[in-house]
Design a protein around this ligand. Structure first.
Ligand code: DAK
Length: 260
């Protein structure tokens, strides 16, 4: 049973009846979402779908970082074809399709794929010091797990363009005012748990249908955009600029992009 298994990159517990808590746990790599981590998340959620004792799930990270995005080291040498065909897409699909309520409790950095993961959740509770962003552009890349679409749907074109074209971060308060997060709290962990308890007491069937209906309103028109983004993000794996962006990050220097 996944809940009692030990994972390499996740901690799993049941903080109260009906609530499954999944903690991303790679602090040395700022919870970067390597394939191992995403695979574990897929396995836990797949099991939670059929586990009737799970009424609501919380995804959280550490006090300084929720997740710093895809694992930059892992993707450094990938080709466009590998980026398009690796197992990560199937993991994202399981997260997106999880039918029970998912709450993201976000403290610290919530960046790139980390922000895309948070946006796949149904409710985002941000700690007062949380920071949100899509910094892929600084690496010569673009978001590849729905970020261009979900961020735009959440905060509108003007703010999404600014965030995605500059890579600049938003504070928790800015993210709340823009409509990216549900609530800002001095104690995101406690508040997420309170909300999870409230949700877990509701009818699971009504919750499932409510989630499906709200998702349809929020994402029903995004399928074409998701596909375009995925292909464009994979295409960029062929550019010299992407190599330069990743090298610059790992060498802790500024990149020099040439448009090749
Ligand atoms: N991946 C791998 N390692 C990371 C990492 C990441 N995303 N973020 C941080 N680390 C590592 C650092 O390399 C460093 O390692 P050492 O030097 O200690 O060996 C260690 O974690 C600590 O990092 P810092 O020294 O930078 O820590 P700070 O606390 O000072 O700063 C930070 C924290 C989160 C602000 C900073 O680390 C940061 O900016 N990280 C990168 C954030 C980022 O650029 N995220 C976007 C990643 S790209 C796809 C299409 C697109 C994508 C993927 C797939 N397909 C089409 C398939 C792209 C998605 C992304 O998310």
């Amino acid at each position: 049973m996944a809940k009692s298994q030990t994972f390499q990159d996740l901690l799993i517990d049941t903080p109260c009846e009906g609530v499954l808590r999944i903690t991303l746990n790679r602090p040395d790599a700022r919870n970067a979402l390597r394939t191992q981590l995403l695979g574990e998340l897929r396995d836990v959620l797949m099991e939670a779908v059929t586990d009737e004792s799970v009424r609501c799930a919380i995804i959280t990270g550490g006090p300084k970082v929720f997740a710093a995005g895809a694992d930059i080291r892992e993707m450094a040498d990938k080709t466009p074809v590998e980026a398009m065909t690796d197992s990560r897409q199937a993991c994202w699909q399981v997260i997106q399709d999880f039918p029970k309520p998912l709450i993201a409790a976000v403290d610290g950095y919530c960046l790139g794929g980390g922000n895309e993961l948070a946006m796949m959740c149904d409710v985002i509770v941000a700690g007062a010091g949380a920071t949100f962003g899509q910094p892929e552009i600084k690496l010569g890349m673009i978001p590849g797990a729905g970020g261009t679409q979900r961020l735009t749907a959440a905060v509108g074109k003007a703010r999404a363009m600014k965030a995605i074209l500059t890579g600049e971060f938003m504070s928790a308060q800015e993210a709340f005012e823009a409509g990216l997060v549900s609530e800002v709290s001095e104690n995101a962990q406690e508040r997420a748990l309170d909300l999870a308890k409230i949700i877990a007491a509701k009818s699971p069937i009504a919750l499932r249908l409510a989630k499906e209906a709200v998702r349809r309103a929020a994402e029903g028109g995004l399928a074409g955009g998701f596909a375009l983004e995925r292909k464009s993000a994979a295409l960029l794996f062929a550019t010299e600029d992407r190599k330069e962006g990743i090298s610059a990050f790992l060498e802790k220097r500024e990149p020099k992009f040439k448009g090749r």
